[in-house]
Design a protein around this ligand. Structure first.
Ligand SMILES: Nc1nc2c(ncn2[C@@H]2O[C@H](COP(=O)(O)OP(=O)(O)OP(=O)(O)O)[C@@H](O)[C@H]2O)c(=O)[nH]1
Ligand SMILES: [Mg+2]
Length: 356
C-alpha cells in the first residue's frame, strides 16, 4: 500500500529538515521514496522535490488578491490545494510507494483549520495510508509549562488528524546547549510521558515567578491538564538529531511501525540487505530485518546530554579516521571507545557509571 508520511509541527520545529534528511537517508539505504513540498511559502527547499504546491498556487498572488497577510495567505493557499485535489492526486500517482510531504508550519492547520484533514481524508479514501509525524523542538523540555503545552498540542493534533502518529522531539543534539543538562528528570521521563504529577512543583515554581501571587489559581488548572493528558494515554516520543544516522534509522523504524510497512522483502532486497540493482550500502544492511534499530532513550541521553562533548570528540576522531583511510590525512587516529550506561528514572548525577 502507498504511504504518505506527513511531518507536522510549529514553525521551525524541523519539518523541512526532516524531509530532506529522510530523502537522503532513504536514498542511502536504497529505499525508494518521493518527497514533495506542500508549503506555498517555502522559499528554500533543501530536497529534491517530486512536485511543489507552488506550481499550483502562488501565495504572493493570493495575499495580493485576497488582501491577506502571510499567515492568512498560506491558509488560503491550502484551501486552494484542497479545491484542486485532482492536481494533487495526479502528482502523487507519479511518486514512489513512500511519499514524504513537507507542509507549512501554521498551527491552525493541525488545530482547527479544515484543509489538511479534508485533503488527508480524501487521500485515505482512495487508498493511501497516512502517517503523521508530530515534531516539537526539544527546547520545550527546558520549561515545564512548555512541555505541558506541547503535550496538549499533541493531543489536539491527534484529534484533528486522526491517523497513526509518531511524536518526535527534534534537535536533540541542540538540547544540551539550551539547558538540557539542567533538566530535573532524565530524558525518559519526558519521552515516555511518565508521572506528570511530578512536574507540578516545578510548574508552580515557574508560574510563581512569571505570574506572581495570583498563580495559586493555576494549581487546579495544572492538575486538570495533567489528568487530561494522562487519561488520553499519549504513547510517548521519539527523539531526533537529523544529522545522526542512528537517530534517523531509529525514527524511520518508528515510522515503519506506525505505517505497518514491512521492511525488506518486497523492497527487492535480499537477506543480506543487498539491493536487486546494486551493492548493499552499510545502511541497507543495518536496516535489514535482523537489525533491532530502536535507540534506547538512555543512550540518547548519554550521547546528547550527559556526555555530549565526549561523543562529539569521539565522532570527530572517527571522521578523521575515515578521512585518513580515504587518503586525505597522514597521522594515525587516537583510539575511540564505545560507551553505554544503565539506570532508572531519577536524574543520574554524572558520568561515573560509564563502562569505558
Ligand atoms: N541542531 C539541529 N538543528 C535542526 C535540526 N532539525 C532542524 N534544525 C534547524 O531548525 C531550523 C528550522 O528547521 P526547518 O526544517 O526549516 O523547520 P520547519 O518546521 O520546516 O519550519 P517552517 O517551514 O517555518 O514551519 C533550521 O535552522 C534547521 O537547520 C536538528 O535535528 N538539529
Ligand atoms: Mg519548512
Amino acid at each position: 500500500m502507498r504511504t504518505i508520511v506527513l511531518p507536522v509541527g510549529p514553525p521551525g520545529a524541523g519539518k523541512s529538515t526532516l524531509v530532506n534528511g529522510l530523502q537522503q537517508f532513504m536514498t542511502a539505504i536504497a529505499r525508494p521514496c518521493s518527497v514533495a513540498n506542500l508549503d506555498p511559502a517555502n522559499e528554500n527547499i533543501p530536497y529534491n522535490a517530486a512536485f511543489d504546491v507552488r506550481e499550483l498556487v502562488d501565495v504572493d498572488e493570493v495575499m495580493e488578491r485576497e488582501a491577506l497577510g502571510p499567515n492568512g495567505g498560506v491558509l488560503w493557499a491550502m484551501e486552494e490545494l484542497e479545491a484542486n485535489l485532482d492536481w494533487l492526486e495526479e502528482k502523487l500517482q507519479d511518486c514512489e510507494e513512500t511519499i514524504i510531504l513537507d507542509p507549512p508550519g501554521q498551527p491552525e492547520l493541525t488545530i482547527h483549520h479544515m484543509a489538511l484533514p479534508q485533503i488527508l481524508q480524501r487521500l485515505e479514501k482512495i487508498g493511501y495510508r497516512i502517517v503523521v509525524i508530530q515534531l516539537l523542538d526539544s527546547v520545550v523540555l527546558t520549561r515545564p509549562s512548555l512541555y505541558l503545552s506541547s503535550l496538549l498540542i499533541c493531543v489536539r493534533g491527534m484529534l484533528h488528524l486522526p491517523y497513526p502518529i509518531v511524536n518526535v522531539f527534534t534537535k536533540i543534539d541542540n538540547l544540551h546547549a539550551v539547558g538540557g543538562a539542567d533538566l530535573p528528570f532524565n530524558l525518559d521521563f519526558y519521552t515516555e510521558v511518565q508521572d506528570l504529577n511530578m512536574l507540578l512543583p516545578a510548574l508552580e515554581a515557574e508560574q510563581d515567578t512569571s505570574a506572581g501571587p495570583s498563580s495559586s489559581k493555576f494549581h487546579a488548572l495544572n492538575e486538570a491538564l495533567i489528568s487530561l493528558v494522562e487519561d488520553f494515554g499519549l504513547i510517548g516520543f521519539e527523539t531526533l538529531a537529523v544529522e545522526d544516522r542512528g537517530s534517523m534509522a531509529s525514527l524511520l523504524r518508528a515510522i515503519d511501525r506506525a505505517s505497518g510497512y514491512v521492511f525488506a522483502g518486497a523492497r527487492g532486497v535480499d537477506e543480506e540487505g543487498r539491493t536487486v540493482d546494486g551493492e548493499a550500502s552499510v545502511w541497507a544492511q543495518a536496516m535489514s530485518e535482523q537489525w533491532v534499530g530502536k535507540m534506547d532513550v538512555r543512550d540518547v541521553q548519554e550521547r546528547w546530554i550527559d556526555r555530549k562533548d565526549h561523543y562529539d570528540e569521539m565522532e570527530r576522531k572517527q571522521w578523521e579516521d575515515e578521512a585518513r583511510q580515504a587518503g586525505a590525512l597522514d597521522a594515525p587516529p587516537p583510539a575511540a571507545t564505545a560507551v553505554r550506561r544503565t539506570g532508572g528514572n531519577q536524574k543520574r548525577a554524572t558520568t561515573q557509571d560509564v563502562d569505558m
